[in-house]
Write a new protein. Structure first.
Lengths: 371, 371, 371, 371
């Protein structure tokens, strides 16, 4: 693991998620940009002394030489550092699990994509929401044609933790600093999740967007509210709203898709159920672990329906998929179909393109901009 | 009443709504464009023979001469006829209650506005959703500053009854015929409700919009899906979505408003409660008839909380407000504050401006267009 | 109308409900036990002077002699007076619409039943919750066998308006006075509704009950919390809870029925939908006005799904049914099937039996007691 | 770990829960009553060969002698074997984490209680629902007096997986076999959870109960539906319903508590929020990780609100508490206040008493029976 030291949020999440299904142990790491803190934190986590590294370059180099080298590196640092770290480990021959957005510039994203392609190494991007069983259920239903031709996609991701000035909050500080987070605020932090979920679930590719970005809190250097109109291939349209100042919203990621045969609705805060309405019929509540659930959703499930799975389980699914991808790569075999649902380098490139297109469109007063 | 004969939907609604609070009786009417059907329907409703009129012009002229003339006319015909009928009655000195959208052209809307101003007669537009107690609660809270400065408004109005070709359905036929409904489909039928509700609740004026209209069902002559970005004065932004092809949605009008002191959420299908989150505090469920409800919401309430009021009660409120406006006008006194919440000619003009701006923007590939 | 004068709650509800569908007008009444107040209130409601009666006996006698006599009397007085008033009107040949519980003693209930039987006059008891379309949907589904053999019935009716001492509140005062309300508090006021709804929806007859009544608020003379175990014929079982001290509950009447083929759930505060789970299948949301709704539910419906109907509409349905029953009786024909769903004298007798059995059981420490 | 081999449900849950917070590793086990299967499963889980035991007695004896002996044993076998296994390990000096119900007879329960008392060893019973943060929030609020004096407790636990004959389903088979599960069906399996949750949250002790047990599915040897009236000390009353034949219910554990100052509601399937209504005020949605959450709930929390935690996280909390209890015991210090919330031997004894009282009461036609 690189990043995720003392006081980090997402590092701890990654560790719990990695541990849950029993496929991963953290055995080496470089947890902090300060070498001493990095080593100290590693030791505090019970790592062997020679694997509590001072920095990621040493870690990549050292691990590459070990017989018991790490199966993959998990990168949970601020966005601007993803590129350099991922590059280092890929070039050292080590598969990468990386937090999103993948990079802060398209050039960096495409560079990683090229290296991943050249090395053939697994690269998993933790767009964790696509690990939820019912998000996969939605995807499976659309793939199976149960919604027919997709007409409309409405997605939103509403939070409120940045509704006031949060200067001094460690999470807010780096996310609000373009030199660390990249040019997007809510755009990079959460709109990219919404965007990835749309394409993951529907299989559609967004062609052009019209965006209107706002910054409501005085002094903030990045956007905190994002309104986007989407056009997919053909007649399909969509709207995407992401906000971090929507008071009353905790982590409100919600997706609705309407086709000419039916419509679905799924919300991350009540992730266990999916509403499905076949045209002209009664609405159905599809429940994780319940009747009529697809194979892909079932494979992403741990416990019976009614025993709520949540965020860590969805995140763990990405780690389980990653484990299978890494194992299959090592064993030179095809990975399971389930694991192929894990987001990867292509999602990363599209996410960065989305960020750049949204900023360009907003700067041009909403001009429709290609992705 | 003009319109609302055999097979009409909204005519029956108006009659029930008018009756509920006991302020109105239908005593005269012209119910159909076919004179014979008009008279026959009037008689079937128990009207006296000389007040079951063959056409609205005769009705306006005759009623104007009677000592026991009608207190107001309720116009529930297709949109394109509103202007001529409302004009006739206003000029005959009779107050008007009119369904929305007020007219199909801005010229007509402004003409009515001028006549209403000149005659000084009450003109009520049945944007019925602003009659719901909890919509008025939302307005009262915003007026009182409980949300602070408004930042974001998210409104949607999703239906699915037009997800398939409904040719032959009487309601769908006239609503899909631009010569009767005007140039907007979902835009005029439901997006105008959403637009009016936004301005009613927030007190904001929409300055410019960027719209993307779609028609998903082949052969349909008007839009059936409407995506709009909104800009209000200052930094405030919004999104408006209206669709009649959103399978799984019945009559999903939902409004969320976020300010720098709090956020609220209200949905027409669960109209009895309003979610309110003061920044940094727990979310509260404000219930019609319950603790902490404003005077304006209480005045629009009939029965105790927990005994659900719904669509007809909200609609009835507009009719009760209209009764007070008409009575106050007759008695040459100021109407009650409650009744002043009823939508009127100004809402009508803005609604038509909104329709025209949305069409213009969409035609210009989403160019920001003034209202 | 008898009762329902100044300050009454249910009288106003009855008037709105009667008016909504256009079948009834209040043309005569005795609204108060004080003759002067009675007349004054009648006049204030616009009644003709000779029909604003001083007392119900004069009203019954006078109306019986008029050619344009009332079609029915609506009795909305405190429970203890129902018997005498209903008796008087039935004997005068006038159909009765009566609030519940029907009487305060079983002897009185059986007396009314005998008179109703002898006179053959319509007698409608306003157990209004059985007027809700989705309650009728539930009944229709069970009649049609969609739930199979009923196993378990869970019903509850939770309010909180009596969680504190409400002495001085007019509604609370008479409801808490056994000389006016009868021996039951929550038992008579709301548990009877729950009991009637169970038998209405399921078609089951409750055979024996075990009850535990409580009075939580000091000084209160009647129960305010009711726990009952139910046994129906065969193996079927149930639980009934009614409370007026359940803080956070407004008017929480909720019914769940589980059979060997499926289960349903309906709640009065969200009356527009019914949850249905056929065994082994996905749960479905059956919506008023939506797909797959039974004829009986559709007949009790006014406006399209998604446009919420509520308490007054459900109550109005009982009045519409009553109108048809009265008309059919006058025209000496069979009433419509729909109207036969209206609760009547038999429900009234069972309700009073239920009250008496619950009190007897609770007094005997929960001994199973026949109804 | 003892039990939880191939095909077991709860064994896998325990392992994931134990792993999640990083306090536990499975290093030894006896997973099956068949010695060969036991060893094979242990090896498949990556245990060292000498710790993949053939049976629990060998395991207890061997582990007791090791320097690196297990910190605790987790017992996840059918109920009837809990006593012998727990006894063996306690007498070997090893702390016990045991699934519920603790034993199948009161004699056995009291025997374990005596041994636990005598040895002073930690004994944790996995009534996992008391590990949910918002269940602990409810408890903290009641302890702090926010509900005032408790009046009414309504608890239910509804499932439907046994609505049909499930013979051949491994989970159903042992749970329906009194020789393995003990005398209770739904009673032991789920009603005990509901009972424990009531006492955990409210701090009340149930004094007497009146129960009505049913078996709806032909051929079933244990109850599948449980109706119980509860009396606590003083005036407090309650109702408990547990069913495994309630079609449409997955794992519907729901608790409502009403006091003279307020009421709360919590449901396991939507575990992240707690509804709280202070008397006379608006209802509040208390959210895990949100405003106004108690320290005890916060200590049981991993990730921010809106990122749903669920069943495994609640279960993991019990394991984390157990880790602290075991560590504190080893270090001869007081355990944290948080860990003291973990259910233990006393809950186990009360659970078995509850089962025995319910059966006795039901056998005696609902006679009130002491616990």
């Amino acid at each position: 693991m690189v990043g995720g030291g003392e006081g980090a949020f997402i590092g701890g999440v990654h560790r719990m998620a990695a541990r849950l299904d029993g496929h991963w142990d953290v055995v080496a790491g470089s947890f902090h940009s300060d070498p001493q803190k990095s080593v100290a934190f590693g030791l505090s986590q019970g790592l062997e002394a020679d694997r509590a590294y001072a920095d990621f370059r040493t870690m990549a180099a050292s691990e590459a030489k070990r017989a018991d080298r790490i199966d993959a590196v998990s990168i949970v640092t601020p966005n601007s550092t993803h590129h350099a770290i991922a590059r280092e480990f890929l070039l050292a021959g080590i598969p990468v699990i990386c937090d999103k957005p993948m990079t802060t510039t398209l050039r960096h994203a495409e560079d990683l994509a090229a290296i991943a392609r050249d090395t053939g190494l697994p690269f998993i991007l933790t767009h964790n929401y696509s690990g939820y069983p019912m998000a996969r259920q939605a995807r499976a239903m659309i793939e199976a044609g149960e919604l027919g031709e997709i007409r409309i996609v409405q997605v939103e991701y509403a939070q409120d933790w940045l509704a006031t000035d949060q200067t001094g909050n460690k999470q807010a500080d780096w996310r609000g600093d373009p030199s660390k987070a990249g040019p997007g605020g809510a755009l990079g932090d959460i709109a990219t999740h919404a965007f990835q979920l749309v394409e993951f679930v529907t299989g559609l590719k967004t062609e052009t967007i019209s965006a209107d970005l706002s910054t409501f809190v005085a002094g903030r250097k990045v956007d905190d509210n994002v309104s986007v109109l989407l056009r997919f291939g053909g007649a399909s349209k969509g709207m995407l709203w992401a906000s971090q100042v929507a008071t009353g919203s905790a982590n409100g990621l919600k997706l609705r898709v309407f086709g000419d045969k039916g419509g679905i609705e799924w919300a991350q805060e009540t992730p266990e159920t999916l509403l499905f309405t076949p045209i002209g019929e009664q609405q159905r509540i599809i429940r994780r672990g319940g009747a009529g659930v697809s194979k892909m959703a079932t494979l992403a499930t741990r416990i019976p329906g009614g025993h709520p799975e949540g965020y860590l389980e969805g995140f763990a699914q990405i780690y389980s998929d990653a484990a299978e991808l890494v194992r299959a790569h090592k064993e030179k075999r095809s990975p399971s179909l389930c694991s192929l649902q894990a987001p990867g380098i292509a999602d990363g490139v599209r996410g960065v393109k989305f960020i750049e297109a949204a900023i360009a469109s907003s700067t041009n007063n909403g001009a429709w901009t290609s992705i």
